[in-house]
Design a protein around this ligand. Structure first.
Ligand SMILES: NC(=O)c1ccc[n+]([C@@H]2O[C@H](COP(=O)([O-])OP(=O)(O)OC[C@H]3O[C@@H](n4cnc5c(N)ncnc54)[C@H](O)[C@@H]3O)[C@@H](O)[C@H]2O)c1
Length: 353
């Protein structure tokens, strides 16, 4: 009578069901940003566990006090009357690739029954999360780049920027050239070979971050910089009219961020993250909250994100569970339709009712 079960989707299953579908992820991410602006999204405060550091480093920090961390997220969407609710946990350690352990992050998305709260599906989060992050950057590129933009400068070529270049190419058909820089030159070269072939664009390995940025109309850092003390993008590196997509947070110095002509954030909900930009910018008096435009308002056609072609715009792209909810739900629906995944029992007869 009270039997409960859910489906389990491995990473391969999730990909089969559209986790890496670039066009669908961009559409989902843009729609989620709009729903958040319309007040149809709820994001629980993120809980982050850091470990492997002395306890005093865990007090009053900005940025990441430890490389080892696990984020726990939960979100809800009212998508045209369909209630979508899910949880995501995403542990990570940027030393994993260096240590030959595999990707920086792993994780699981749990899709919940909106009525009972019971799990409907448990699935790999790695591909969904990377793709929605790349798409989150790309929807900023779609709405905020200067007309006539032709180039992108990518700093760091891990999974996040691999997703970002795919999603950027999706929204920027005029993309001709990508300049890429990574501390790991071999990784940058492999990236250039793969994406010049996949996207039929010119992907050039730069010898420094500055060189990768100098001629770029759109700049997307996705590195492992942990705090503002290690920021390296100086104000005079950004050319007039460029768009900086703040994906990995601490790459641009405060001076660089403060000198921008305009700020956009993907959602006002992201101000809840008190240890990250854009909240830190506001707390330090470097930007006024009311001056940071909600991208949802731009998508809704109620304002423009960019005023002048010559403006340097900073777009704070803060991933949230609501994006994983939307994309995970699509993957779940596809799995049901195509009969993908393994059915697992939560209980045959509930121990307690
Ligand atoms: N904005 C968001 O919502 C969001 C979501 C997920 C991940 N992220 C961030 O994206 C970043 C990248 O994630 P990933 O999974 O691709 O990581 P990854 O560790 O696989 O790749 C990062 C790459 O950046 C390179 N790198 C590190 N520091 C550098 C520097 N100073 N200059 C040039 N290259 C440098 C490394 O060599 C590595 O190849 C992480 O910081 C992660 O926290 C942001």
């Amino acid at each position: 009578m009270s039997e409960a079960s859910f489906i389990y989707l491995s990473q391969e299953d999730a990909v089969r069901c559209g986790a890496a579908d670039v066009a669908a992820t961009v559409i989902d991410t843009e729609r989620t940003t709009l729903l958040a602006y319309q007040g149809k999204a709820i994001e629980a405060p993120t809980a982050t566990l850091f470990w492997g550091v002395p306890p005093e480093k865990l007090k009053n920090f900005v940025g990441y006090p430890s490389k080892k961390r696990a984020n726990i997220h939960a979100g809800y969407l009212d998508d045209d009357g369909v209630m979508k609710v899910a949880l995501k946990n995403i542990p990570s350690n940027p030393d994993n690739p260096i240590n030959g352990k595999g990707p920086r992050a792993s994780g699981l998305v749990t899709i919940l029954d909106p009525e009972t709260g019971y799990p409907l599906a448990l699935m790999d989060a790695m591909v969904i999360s990377c793709m929605r992050t790349g798409a989150l950057g790309a929807i900023g590129v779609k709405h905020l780049r200067r007309p006539g933009s032709r180039s992108v400068g990518l700093i760091g070529v891990g999974p996040i920027n691999q997703a970002a270049i795919l999603c950027t190419a999706e929204v920027m058909p005029e993309l001709e050239v990508a300049f890429v820089y990574d501390l790991n030159t071999e990784r940058a070269e492999a990236f250039a070979t793969e994406f010049s072939r996949k996207l039929s664009i010119d992907v050039r390995v730069a010898s420094s971050a500055r060189e990768a940025i100098a001629d770029a109309d759109v700049i997307i850092p996705a590195t492992n910089v942990q705090t503002i003390d290690d920021a390296y993008i100086a104000p005079d590196w950004l050319k007039p009219g460029s768009l900086l997509v703040d994906l990995s947070i601490w790459d641009a110095t405060f001076e660089t961020l403060a000198r921008a002509d305009g700020y956009v954030m993907n959602s006002t909900i992201s101000m809840e993250r008190k240890t990250m930009t854009p909240s830190v910018m506001v707390d330090r008096g470097l930007a006024k909250e009311e001056e940071i435009i909600d991208l949802g308002k731009v998508i809704a056609g109620e304002t423009r994100g960019r005023r002048e072609d010559k403006d340097v715009i900073v777009y704070f792209a803060r991933g949230m569970a609501i994006y994983d909810v939307m994309c995970g739900y699509r993957v779940y629906q596809n799995a049901l339709k195509d009969g993908v995944g393994e059915k697992l029992s939560l209980w045959q007869n509930a121990f307690w009712s």
